[in-house]
Design a protein around this ligand. Structure first.
Ligand code: J2J
Length: 537
């Protein structure tokens, strides 16, 4: 197994094999099998482009040949920052076939994140678009390239003289397919993070594919399904719950949308006869408003999934009547555990809970601050272990010691309770993270940037309630020598190259921070301060 990864204990791995959770499949082989089974069926649709399973499989081989030609080898890492495009699939599956690991980053990531992912994973290549959503990736890539010794290749989707063009890497040559084992790490996914920069999450073929198969069963995905991808597909939720990879596993059709707005998505639902799509709560609100004034034929739509952040029951109630389809709540995490409400569940459950674990082999414990199990119905931190939940982050021994119990349970940092039917209700969070409409911000990561500003003496970032996004971020700042303006702070962070969604929505200047009895900054008191202030405007 790749250095820096926590292997599955032997007897546990054996148990998941015996119970038929892990069937010894690999991503490279799955696509080969689907191409044989569904040959001319359309796998991917992007605008006017329709790609069959057979063509996808062939294109993946051509690209694998090109990747091998430039020297990519088994266990190398490649940072992949691609929007919802056909190339995303070709790149990922070509890398899977070579046993090379994609490191999935999001199109919104900027220099600070990308350089860190490349350096930390010692990536040999970085693949990105030239332009997307008004952003020029080429300048960033130049800087990343200069500052990352491991990086041998920068590969771009677009036209450029400076870098390798992805289009030039599709080759008809034969390539040597290395032995890729189902227990190998297939890729590195990103954590939402709470302490500093995102941790990297190693996922094996075996466990991830099991999660796809189980998700497909629960979401009733099959070769007739049409999955519309509106969220960025590198994120674990639209990637795997059941997401685009689940759709490929099922032999279904994937329709790609470059963005989630009703202007793009609604016509696609009608035209492509979409049967299932996945949203985050703020998008569900936008879609609910838009559907009032726009008439499209949504009769093909069977399921709208909503997950990634708190979804109010008031909004949840409106989905079925507005779209005449089922709502499915999804509460998951890139580290593993995914909970779904089931398609046969009564409204009461679907509207008021975040579902239950997808696998009978998922183990969950809800504990108090001393790790003692709480009484049924009480709130506590959710700990979990199971056939597709990681045992450790990549190269993070120290952090792993805190993030996992000695018997291998992952500490989710989420406060939950269980209702009588065994469904999870999200009650809050103990981790120091802001969930901005599904986009996760590790407070510490942004604080570490802000403290570098010459007029910032100290800083604490907390969430503040927001009707639309659920939460936004607020930075409390103790100034030094002079008070920086909000505009100055924002410009400073932009210049440091962090993703825009991480830039605090609000700045509050204070003389000191409230403290806990132990003398730590009381983020709870800060959250209360800003919540009360907002309520009084
Ligand atoms: C409240 N909070 C939620 C929900 C996730 C499926 C779905 C989501 C993710 C995801 C995912 C929530 N209500 N319904 O990977 O496969 C918060 C929790 C959780 C964290 C994980 C998937 N669904 N959350 O969102 O790794 O705090 O994965 O621990 O980005 O999002 O974030 P992430």
């Amino acid at each position: 197994m790749l250095d820096g990864c926590q292997p599955w204990p032997h007897e546990i791995a054996a148990f998941y094999r015996e119970t038929d959770c892990w069937r010894g499949e690999t991503f490279g082989q799955i696509l080969r099998d689907r191409a044989a089974m569904y040959s001319e069926n359309i796998a991917l649709t992007n605008g006017e482009e329709y790609v069959s399973y057979k063509t996808l499989d062939e294109r993946v081989d051509q690209l694998a040949a090109g990747f091998q030609r430039i020297g990519l080898k088994k266990e190398d890492r490649v940072v992949v920052q691609l929007p919802n495009t056909i190339a995303f699939f070709e790149v990922c599956f070509a890398l899977f076939r070579l046993g090379v690991l994609p490191v999935f980053s999001l199109p919104t990531h900027r220099y600070s994140e990308i350089q860190y992912f490349c350096a930390f994973s010692e990536a040999k290549a970085y693949i990105m678009p030239d332009h997307f959503n008004g952003y020029n990736y080429l300048d960033m890539a130049r800087e990343v390239h200069e500052n990352t010794p491991s990086l041998q290749h920068v590969i771009t989707l677009g036209e450029t003289e400076d870098f390798v063009k992805l289009a030039d890497l599709y080759m008809d040559d034969q390539y040597i397919q290395p032995e890729v084992s189902p227990s190998d790490i297939a890729f590195l996914q990103l954590s939402g993070g709470s302490t500093g920069l995102s941790k990297l999450i190693p996922r094996t073929h075996d466990e991830y594919i099991y999660s796809l198969r189980r998700s497909n069963e629960i979401c009733e995905l099959n070769e007739k399904s049409v999955y519309l991808a509106v969220l960025p597909i590198a994120h674990n939720y639209p990637l795997s719950s059941p997401g685009v990879l689940g759709a490929l596993y099922a032999g279904a059709r994937i329709v790609l949308s470059s963005g989630p707005s009703p202007d793009e998505a609604f016509p696609l639902i009608e035209k492509e006869k979409v049967s299932i799509t996945a949203l985050v709560p703020p998008l569900a609100i936008i879609w609910l408003e838009a559907v009032k004034t726009r008439s499209y034929d949504f009769s093909s739509l069977q399921v709208i999934q909503v997950g990634g952040a708190h979804f109010s029951s008031e909004t949840a109630k409106r989905i079925r009547p507005a779209f005449d389809c089922k709502l499915q709540q999804v509460y998951g995490m890139a580290e593993g555990l995914v909970n779904y409400t089931r398609l046969v569940d009564p409204d009461e459950i679907v509207i008021h809970t975040q579902g239950r674990p997808m696998s009978p082999y998922d183990e969950i414990r809800i504990v108090d601050e001393e790790d003692r199990e709480v009484a049924q119905g009480e709130a506590g931190e959710l700990l979990t272990r199971g056939p597709y939940t990681i045992r450790g982050y990549y190269k993070a021994d120290q952090h792993n010691a805190k993030a996992f119990t000695s018997d291998g349970f992952y500490r989710t940092g989420d406060l939950v309770s269980l209702n009588e039917a065994g469904y999870i209700v999200m009650e809050g969070r103990v981790k120091d993270q802001i969930n901005r409409g599904g986009e996760k911000i590790a407070a510490e990561e942004v604080e570490d940037h802000l403290i570098a500003h010459r007029h910032v003496l100290d800083v604490a970032i907390v969430s503040m309630p927001d009707k639309f996004l659920g939460e936004r971020s607020c930075a409390f700042i103790i100034p030094f020598e002079q008070t920086p303006s909000a505009a100055e702070i924002k410009a400073f962070l932009q210049k440091r190259g962090i993703a825009t969604y991480k830039i605090p929505d609000r700045i509050e200047i204070v003389n000191s921070f409230p403290q806990t009895p132990f003398g730590k900054v009381s983020k709870k008191a800060l959250r209360k301060m800003i919540t009360e202030k907002l309520a009084n405007v």
